[in-house]
Design a protein around this ligand. Structure first.
Ligand SMILES: [Zn+2]
Length: 214
């Protein structure tokens, strides 16, 4: 090793891992126009829970690139959600007051992450959402749901992973490493693949649309 190589290697080692490769992740926030949330719950969410999620990801080298748009969650008679205002090629973070029965089997969940008609949706119930509480057990609701997307659980059909506590434990342990140790290396790797897949889905759809128009 030459002296120059040594200096380069030492300099690289001195840079914290989160500064080496920062990954941008597009998140489109949709506040459900029909949600009925008390003002203090909304305030707690925007002043504490969401900033904590942004900070946790940032410390692990992942920047959430946010956009906002109007939208709502309509409920069909069977309590199936009908989403308005979703975008392609992004994670749609839909903020509502409670998760529709049909999506959470009446368990009063704080969040659910799933594909909906090809859209990527993390739905968070503001009234049940919380910040980091207990390592490995109770972590920030937004971090938890976004990790279901970044770690690609979202592609596994819902009934299979929905009750699988193994996946929940895995998500909470990754979230804890992000929260306490600012370790996002493994998440970044998966998130990169996830983002590539998001982009290729959009490209495939655009190609399909333009060929259909011909
Ligand atoms: Zn979960």
């Amino acid at each position: 090793m030459t002296r120059r190589d040594f200096i380069w290697t030492a300099a690289a080692a001195a840079i914290p891992s989160s500064a080496q490769v920062r990954l941008l992740m597009p998140v489109h926030r949709v506040m459900d126009a029909r949600a009925q949330c008390p003002a203090e719950q909304l305030h707690h969410f925007w002043s504490s829970i969401w900033p904590e999620a942004v900070r946790d990801f940032s410390q692990g080298g992942i920047e959430l690139q946010t956009s906002d748009g109007p939208g709502e969650v309509r409920r069909s008679p069977g309590d199936q959600p009908i989403f308005i205002g979703l975008r392609r090629g992004v994670i749609n973070l839909v903020l509502t007051d409670h998760i529709p029965m049909n999506w959470d089997n009446g368990r009063a969940l704080a969040g659910v992450t799933a594909l909906y008609a090809g859209y990527h949706v993390c739905m968070v119930a503001i009234r049940y959402a919380h910040g980091n509480q207990i390592p490995f057990v109770s972590v920030n609701t937004c971090v938890h749901e976004l990790l279901h997307a970044l770690l690609q659980d979202i592609f596994v059909s819902r009934p299979k992973w929905f009750q699988a506590s193994g996946r929940e434990l895995r998500i909470d342990s990754y979230a804890t490493r992000l929260w306490l140790f600012h370790d996002g290396a493994a998440i970044r790797k998966s998130a990169q693949a996830y983002r590539d897949r998001l982009r290729s889905e959009v490209a495939a759809r655009t190609a399909f649309d333009s060929s259909a128009r011909r």
